[in-house]
Design a protein around this ligand. Structure first.
Ligand SMILES: O=C(O)CCC(=O)C(=O)O
Length: 261
C-alpha cells in the first residue's frame, strides 16, 4: 500500500485541505448566534460582505480567528510561524439574487511579496452545493500568479469584480467544498477558487481568515479597503519584514465556549 499522504503534503501537492473539524457543537451554536447578532446590528445588505477586520474590536470574532484549532490547521498547512492578517465574512443570502464569486486567486492585488498566503474558510452555517459552497481547482496553485480581468457576468461578490479569464480555467476539474457548520477548509493563496449562487432557501455564511508567514513583505497597505493587521499568533519572526501589531485580546484556549472550558 502506498504511504498515506499527510495533510501538509496534500496541501503542498493540491493546494488545499478539507475538511478540518474546528468547532464543538456548543461553539457552533454560540458563533452562529454571534453572527446573527452582527447581522441584526448591521443589516443584511452590509453584513453580506461588510464584516471586515471585526476581530480587532469584537472578542468573539477574535476568538474565532485565533481559535487554537484554526491556528493548528494553518500550522499543519503552512508551517510553524503563523501570522494573522485579516478576517472577512462572506455571506450569500437565499433571496439575494445571482450573487456568485468569480474564479480568482486570493493573493491577487494583495501586495504580498512573495505571494504566500493561506486562507481558512470556516463554516458558520452548513455550506453545500445548493447554497453555493466554495469550489476549487485542485493543483492550480502550482500555476503561479495568473492574470485577472473584470468579470462580465453581473453579481460577482469580489470587490474589484476581478476574474481569471474563463479560458484559463478548466471548470471540469473543479471540486466542491461542502462543509458542516464548525468545519473549515484551508486553501493556498494561489489556488483558483470561486462559488456559485445560493439556490437554496438557507443562508450561507463563512468566515475567511487570512494568514501569511513572517518572511512576507506587505507592499500594499490595503486589503478589501481596510488595512492589513499582521499579528504573530504562533512561532517566531526572524525577518522583521512587516510590523506586527499587539493582540487586541488574549489568545483563547480550547474550547472557547461551553462545556469543557
Ligand atoms: O465564500 C466564498 O464563496 C468565496 C470565498 C473566497 O473567495 C475567498 O476565501 O477568497
Amino acid at each position: 500500500m502506498p504511504p498515506a499522504t499527510s495533510p501538509h503534503d496534500h496541501y503542498l501537492e493540491h493546494g488545499y485541505i478539507i475538511p478540518v473539524d474546528i468547532l464543538t457543537p456548543d461553539e457552533v451554536l454560540y458563533y452562529r448566534a454571534m453572527f446573527d447578532r452582527i447581522e441584526r446590528d448591521m443589516g443584511k445588505e452590509k453584513a453580506q460582505l461588510g464584516v471586515i477586520q471585526k476581530h480587532v474590536e469584537d472578542q468573539d470574532v477574535w476568538n474565532l480567528a485565533t481559535h487554537p484549532k484554526v491556528i493548528d490547521a494553518v500550522e499543519m498547512a503552512a508551517g510553524p510561524n503563523v501570522v494573522l492578517t485579516a478576517t472577512h465574512f462572506f455571506v450569500k443570502y437565499p433571496d439575494a439574487g445571482e450573487r456568485f464569486v468569480a474564479w480568482h486567486q486570493d493573493v491577487t492585488y494583495w501586495g504580498f511579496e512573495p505571494p504566500k498566503a493561506t486562507t481558512i474558510w470556516l463554516a458558520i452555517d452548513d455550506a453545500d452545493v445548493e447554497n453555493g459552497c466554495m469550489r476549487v481547482i485542485p493543483g492550480s496553485h502550482k500555476r503561479g500568479q495568473l492574470p485577472h480581468g473584470k468579470s462580465t457576468r453581473p453579481g460577482n461578490l469580489l470587490f474589484v469584480n476581478q476574474e481569471i479569464p474563463i479560458e484559463m480555467v478548466d471548470e471540469s476539474t473543479a471540486i466542491d467544498f461542502p462543509l458542516r457548520a464548525g468545519q473549515a477548509s484551508v486553501h493556498d493563496g494561489l489556488t483558483i477558487h470561486g462559488s456559485n449562487p445560493n439556490r437554496s432557501g438557507r443562508r450561507r455564511c463563512g468566515m475567511t481568515i487570512r494568514f501569511t508567514t513572517p518572511d512576507v513583505k506587505l507592499r500594499h497597505e490595503e486589503n478589501f479597503r481596510s488595512s492589513w493587521k499582521p499579528m504573530l499568533l504562533r512561532g517566531e519572526d526572524r525577518f522583521g519584514a512587516m510590523k506586527m501589531l499587539p493582540f487586541p485580546f488574549p489568545l483563547p484556549s480550547f474550547p472557547t465556549v461551553g462545556a469543557g472550558r
